[in-house]
Design a protein around this ligand. Structure first.
Ligand code: PAF
Length: 311
């Protein structure tokens, strides 16, 4: 199988290095920045942590033409770059290419559907924890399950093959018939945790140690639950508040991905997390004051990095 991983962030690097190191497939990494692509091609991808420590040499390019048509394209770019990534991968996607999004948040499948035939689109969620230390250098904080599925719920040979390849690469993967449930179930966790860590600059565990903060977390999740209920999406857990709080405890020392973005003065995925809840809620006439405040605060932080006061 010829596989292109798109986006050399923490997850993209980890998956590309794992696929290259542990399977016999032809693996490429597609980067949008030529200089960074050259650096990663020269130095390889360095992974420290749960899957061991090592450097994996890999084919990296910023020019999709170098890759040619693939059997599988795995999208790992930030959600706000999905639209751009769709344009960039046009040349490596044929009518037989599978496209798998493992991105965060709600809305990526819809963007992919606008660009490619929905029949070839797969989506998934991975619970592997990873942090980018520098270009091509990732810390693999912990292993977790990966779940993929087709939007139409069909379990065909092709998706089983993809799950098989990922599992061989060390990403234990199962196939779900209800990928919407998997994506919304993960998104609700991010709705409760990510923006609140970005605003307070607390680690995940601290969010529930402060009663006022815990109330905000609960408010954001409760609004999202109303949306999920009206959309008739079935969550993979019974008690969403309890679930989000248990993730806070289980990942207590994590600096969430959104807090990492804010600390690195980067754009965040707020539009695809709390922002997506607001959009879906608006269409259903559901009020989302907590998610609106969180979204507005994170957007203010994003647009004012240069103006931050220093002590
Ligand atoms: O985005 C993240 O950081 C993670 O999805 C989670 C589960 C919030 C843990 O930090």
């Amino acid at each position: 199988m010829k596989i292109a991983v798109v986006g050399p962030g923490a997850l993209g690097c980890l998956i590309a290095a794992s696929l290259k190191g542990r399977t016999k497939e032809e693996i490429w990494l597609l980067d949008e920045f030529p200089e960074r692509a050259k650096k990663i091609a020269r130095d390889g991808i360095k992974v420290d942590g749960a899957s061991g420590t090592g450097v994996t040499r890999i084919d990296v390019t910023a020019n999709a033409r170098d890759i040619g048509q693939c059997d599988l394209v795995i999208l790992c770019v930030k959600s706000y770059s999905t639209e751009e990534a769709c344009k960039a991968i046009k040349g490596i996607v044929s009518e037989k290419t599978g496209i798998l999004t493992l991105q965060n948040g709600i809305g990526n499948i819809q963007i992919l559907n606008d660009h490619f035939c929905p029949d070839r689109i797969m989506a998934g969620v991975t619970n592997h924890g990873s942090t980018l230390i520098g270009a091509g250098h990732v810390k693999h904080a912990g292993k977790g399950e990966t779940t993929i599925g087709r939007a139409d719920g069909r379990v065909l040979g092709a998706i089983r093959d993809v799950a098989g390849v990922l599992t061989r690469a060390g990403f234990e993967t199962r196939v779900s018939k209800d990928i919407d449930s998997v994506i919304w179930s993960k998104a609700l966790i991010n709705v409760g945790i990510n923006a609140l860590t970005a605003v307070t600059r607390l680690r995940n565990g601290a969010l529930i140690e402060h009663e006022e903060c815990r109330q905000v977390l609960r408010g954001a999740v409760q609004e999202a639950v109303k949306v999920v209920k009206r959309k008739r999406v079935k969550l993979s857990y019974d008690d969403p508040i309890q679930k989000v709080e248990s993730v806070c405890r289980a990942t207590a020392s994590n600096v969430s991905s959104m807090l990492q973005d804010v600390l690195n003065k980067q754009r965040t995925e707020i539009d695809f997390i709390n922002g997506a809840i607001i959009r879906h809620a608006r269409a259903l006439n559901i009020a989302t004051p907590v998610n609106e405040v969180l979204t507005n605060l994170v957007k203010t932080i994003e647009s004012s990095y240069e103006k931050e006061a220093r002590g």
